[in-house]
Design a binder for this molecule. Sequence first.
Ligand code: NAD
Length: 470
Amino acid sequence: MKQHFIIDGKKTQGSKGSFDVISPRDQSILHAMPNASEADVLDAVEAAQRAFPLWRNKGGVEKQKLFLAWADLIDANRDMIAAEVSAEMGVLKDDVAGTAAYIADMIRYYAGFIVTNYGDVLSFEDDHMNVVVNEPLGVIAAMPPWNSPIESTIQKCAPALAAGNTVVLRVPEEAPSGGLILAQLAVEAGFPAGVLNALAGMGPESGEALVGHPKVRLVSFTGSAPTGRIIARTCAEQMKPVVMELGGKSPVIIFDDARIADAIESSVSSAFCFQGQICCATTRVLVHESILDEVVKGIAERVERYALDNEEFPIGPLFNDKVFHTVEKFVAQGKKDGTLVAGGGVIERDGGGRYHQPTVFLFKDDSSVVCKEEIFGPVLAIIPFSSDEEAITIANNVDYGLAATVYSENRQRIFKTIRQLESGTVWANCNFKFNMHMPWGGPKSTGIGREFGKYAMKPYLQEKNIWIGN
Ligand code: NAD
């Protein structure tokens, strides 16, 4: 077996056989992966629980050194990580190598928070002192998704560990190697046994066992809203807090005074990046009716440039059959409800894999399910509007609120629109910008809490109020 779990600092194989990891490129079997049973999950939680007192009390500088050593090992193993993860995700090796460098920096960034979890002195009087200290929660369950297996792993684990918690990482079964390698590198960097444990298994089995374990004090999950709801319900029974990074249906609003070429380019490139299998893919383009024809034509021309094996405008594989069938279903619905502007078909290709043309529909309004639900594939909906108010109403008329983009040359209009958008992130006259310092997440079914930056630290700490008399 190529990969293994990390439980209590040791490599283990899991006790429920194995499952195959499938290549999105050609659907061949890449390798077998050990499958976690409920007993493996219990072992991992117990190990994390045992390690917690030691880790929380370890000196800040000592912990920082471990973080920095971990980051250095990730840098040193970037090629190996990129090879494993790119094969499982069906993306370019160079892209994963870039992400590996980014997560190494993210670990360095969170190392800074280890020694800055300051509390407050609320009063200091003759007969007492009143202070608040920030304390870790205990064992954290971290559950990243297949579409960002290494970035999301570090997004969760680095702040949770920096706050003094221990972690059980359940890697996504569809792209499991990245998270397991990162956990192995943490052990090699010198993290004490049990501080970061990692296993792979099926969601409804190992996932549910982990989420429902009473010693798990917080669940940080990234995935779809329906699965997020199942997990949140289990956690509610135990009054267990959650961090949820769920879906999106992100709009781009193109006002009549926008720089149209910029708006078209950014709408298309962010809608079809990684075949739209990105939570913040801008899958709805809202266009003022006076410029509709120009924008539709521009989007169609730009989308036609995508092709298999085109380095600049590539079409890659859809991740798996589930994604493929969802895309097919929504494309069929789009053909009924709207006008096909570009794409619309499956790409037949020798050598297996599921490939689909980037597809664009024009709708009269946003009533189609294609304009409402997250598809998580290469499908873009263009929707016209006639006033600023209508644009904002349509933008907010979905169950998600991860990111939104506005294009206009009128600053007042931009400010007014930004304030009214129900969205965790708003980009104005730019798009698809990310920074590990900035909060990430959003309202409605997009989830609960924020990741990245200092904002990610908050859920992993709890205040203790202390009165000291004389
Ligand atoms: P999914 O919800 O189908 O599965 C996610 C994970 O949940 C899988 O690993 C699965 O094993 C596990 N799971 C399934 N049932 C479970 C259960 N009962 N208990 C515990 N775990 C269970 O999502 P997906 O299709 O793998 O991922 C795509 C989704 O992730 C999209 O909706 C996307 O928007 C979202 N996402 C969001 C962000 C963000 O930052 N907001 C980032 C990446 C992906």
